[in-house]
Design a binder for this molecule. Structure first.
Ligand code: 5GP
Length: 211
């Protein structure tokens, strides 16, 4: 099965979660890895669907046990990708889509070098600021924290294989989907390519000998 992990990262408010949701609706061959977090559920979030919500003690126990393929502190809370989630999705024959931060992406790629890293870029600084402000009715202090982490996220863009501009949701989703299709055709991901090429060469060589 030619499936692989696909990592989406973006600064907070970059719109990657919406892209991930849309992609899942459209492609049966893409599954989502549900992360663990120590942050509290937001209104409408469901345990086991949006996140596995853990206490800090539970998170640390699982971390020590080596359950996570990557983990990181984001905005003061702990987040991590379970190895078992990644395996569950890949074993179903689906690409495993992950919405993780840049520290997590770097660690994850170390553990799964076949991963495709996609950075979702907001169309402008102005738009990003607007999204950050609209999304969180926060104190200047928390907004400052969010801005600092957005800056750190943006500085990591060179680590990514692809950048998708999120100026139009439809186009952004289509582009992520195209990336997945093209990556699936990479020579190194095609299992029998060497054998197939060898067979063709042998056939031609035989023809040469017979001429
Ligand atoms: P939120 O709390 O708003 O859902 O997510 C905050 C940040 O944590 C986002 O940048 C998101 O990508 C990141 N995040 C979510 N799950 C994980 C994870 O499993 N690992 C890491 N490293 N980051 C995560």
């Amino acid at each position: 099965m030619n499936v692989f992990p696909v990592i989406l990262s973006a600064p907070s408010g970059g719109g990657k979660t919406t892209i991930a949701r849309e992609l899942m609706k459209r492609r049966a061959d893409v599954g989502y890895s549900v992360s663990c977090t120590t942050r509290s559920p937001r209104v409408g979030e469901v345990d086991g669907r949006d996140y596995y919500f853990l206490t800090t003690a539970e998170f640390l126990t699982r971390q020590q046990r080596g359950d996570f393929a990557e983990s990181a502190a984001v905005h003061g809370d702990l987040y991590g990708t379970l190895r078992s989630e990644v395996a569950r999705v890949l074993e179903k024959g689906q690409h495993v889509l992950m919405d993780i931060d840049v520290q997590g992406a770097a660690q994850f790629r170390g553990a799964f070098p076949q991963s495709v890293l996609i950075y979702v870029l907001p169309p402008s600084g102005e738009v990003l600021l607007e999204r950050l402000r609209n999304r969180h009715t926060e104190t200047p202090d928390t907004l400052k924290k969010r801005l600092l982490s957005a800056l750190a996220e943006l500085r990591a863009v060179p680590m990514y294989h692809y950048v998708v501009l999120n100026d139009d949701l439809e186009r952004a989703v289509a582009n992520v989907s195209r990336i997945i299709d093209a990556e699936g055709l990479r020579r190194e991901r095609l299992g029998n390519v060497e054998r197939d090429v060898r067979e063709i060469i042998e056939r031609l060589e035989k023809e040469m000998d017979d001429i």
